[in-house]
Design a protein around this ligand. Structure first.
Ligand code: NAD
Ligand code: MG
Length: 394
């Protein structure tokens, strides 16, 4: 029997983390868990540790780590509890790890993802913020470390599935004309511009098709999620902004498409369930049972398509702008967005303030060449500070 793959799940208590454990639990003969990590939810991580017996559990929060240590000891578990950012890097780069699921939300995922890339792991990348913040450095680390990068974001996973297996670095010499990145349009697709003034976090958290963590759900409502995904597609597939078209497809069944120079358009379809891309990346190049039900086309009945409205949703335009600007501009966009989303969820700013805040921070900072991680982190920190100042000043 071949050796089982040893998996670290960064962000195990999140939506993607839990769905990854669901898929892995269907294939105990193929995978074992090396490490599970969480920010602070020690109780949930405790339950996961008892179920999956990882060698390590990592918690960011110190008091949560102490609680987990005590509770696991009481339960007779062998799992060793570690704490802090360096421990996240340790379980991402450890020699005994084969696969790292990068499913931490936000900029916090950057350093452990880079550690996994440098150590040459198979990286299942859900944390799109890593590519938005430091796409150039991360792709370099993947190449230098000899890592295998498999996208988990459903759109990018779909694109990966319908791209030619052997392709050159240049899309056009691989016969590709453009990428059609689909978007659900979010909960406010049909809302009038004036209705957006009074949007509450509860309304914005009510996504029509996907169940996801709060940050990405708000990003989906503002269309920033699609903007981040445009930048993600740029780095993953070496696509220029002109080669990426966003197509609103409210059914969320076509997860994205690739158009070839002969006019062929290849799409990947399926129920909106992240266990499909997760199983694809875990099994690649083999296919694994994921628990996802069959697509019922008769029930769906029709597919609709429309162009995105960037007047109603300026975040998409801002993301394209930052990609064209290059350098640290996407880092700044991402950092300002993280602060804005958090402030909106905590009722400190309104829904329509999100793009206003981001645009203000982008206009007040100069983009620099993103040559080192220090430059990227400095831009991230400065943008966060300016975003906080924006809220104080207004
Ligand atoms: P989530 O909020 O449900 O989970 C986030 C996880 O990250 C949790 O385990 C949490 O403990 C951990 N975490 C949060 N802050 C941390 C910190 N500072 N340090 C260490 N760990 C921390 O989020 P999610 O929906 O699972 O999304 C995770 C990532 O995957 C995001 O980057 C998101 O954009 C991407 N993604 C998610 C989906 C989806 O369907 N949920 C789809 C595509 C991409
Ligand atoms: Mg997506």
């Amino acid at each position: 029997m071949p050796r089982r793959s040893s998996v670290t799940i960064l962000g195990a208590t999140g939506t993607i983390g839990k769905q990854t454990l669901d898929v892995i639990a269907r294939h105990p003969e193929r995978f074992n868990i090396f490490a599970l990590t969480a920010n602070s939810r020690a109780e949930e991580l405790h339950t996961q540790c008892l179920e999956h017996s990882p060698r390590y559990a990592v918690v960011l929060d110190e008091s949560a780590a102490e609680r987990l240590k005590t509770s696991l000891q009481k339960a007779g578990s062998d799992t060793e509890v570690l704490c802090g950012l360096s421990a996240l890097e340790f379980v991402s780069a450890h020699a005994d790890v084969d696969v790292v699921m990068a499913a931490i939300v936000g900029a916090a995922g950057l350093k452990p993802s880079i550690a996994a890339a440098k150590a040459g792991k198979r990286i299942l990348l859900a944390n799109k913020e890593t590519l938005v913040m430091s796409g150039s450095l991360f792709m370099q680390a993947v190449e230098q470390g000899g890592a295998t990068l498999l996208p988990i974001d459903s759109e990018h996973n779909a694109i990966f599935q319908v791209m030619p297996e052997k392709r050159s670095k240049d899309l056009s010499t691989s016969g590709i004309r453009r990428i059609l990145l689909t978007a659900s349009g979010g909960p406010f697709r049909n809302a009038a511009l004036s209705d957006l003034d009074n949007v509450t976090p509860e309304q914005a958290l009510n996504h029509p098709n996907w169940v996801m963590g709060p940050k990405i759900t708000i990003d989906s409502a503002t269309l920033m999620n699609k903007g981040l995904e445009v930048i993600e597609a740029h780095w993953l597939f070496n696509a220029s902004p002109e080669q990426i078209e966003v197509v609103v497809h409210p059914q969320s069944v076509i997860h994205s498409m690739v158009e070839y120079i002969d006019g062929s358009v290849l799409a990947q379809l399926g129920n909106p369930d992240m266990r499909t891309p997760i199983a694809y990346a875990l099994g690649f190049p083999e296919r694994l049972e994921s628990g996802v039900s069959s697509l019922d086309l008769f029930k769906i009945g029709r597919f609709d398509f429309e162009a995105p409205d960037t007047v109603k949703f300026p975040c998409l335009r801002l993301a394209f702008d930052s990609l064209r600007m290059g350098g640290t501009a996407p880092t700044i966009l991402n950092a300002a967005n993280e602060i804005a989303v958090d402030a909106f969820l905590n009722r400190k700013i309104g829904f329509v303030d999100i793009p206003v805040l981001i645009e203000s921070v982008l206009s007040r900072m100069k983009s620099k060449a993103a040559e080192t991680l220090e430059i990227v982190i400095e831009a991230d920190q400065q943008a966060r500070q300016l975003a906080k100042n924006w809220m104080l000043e207004r």
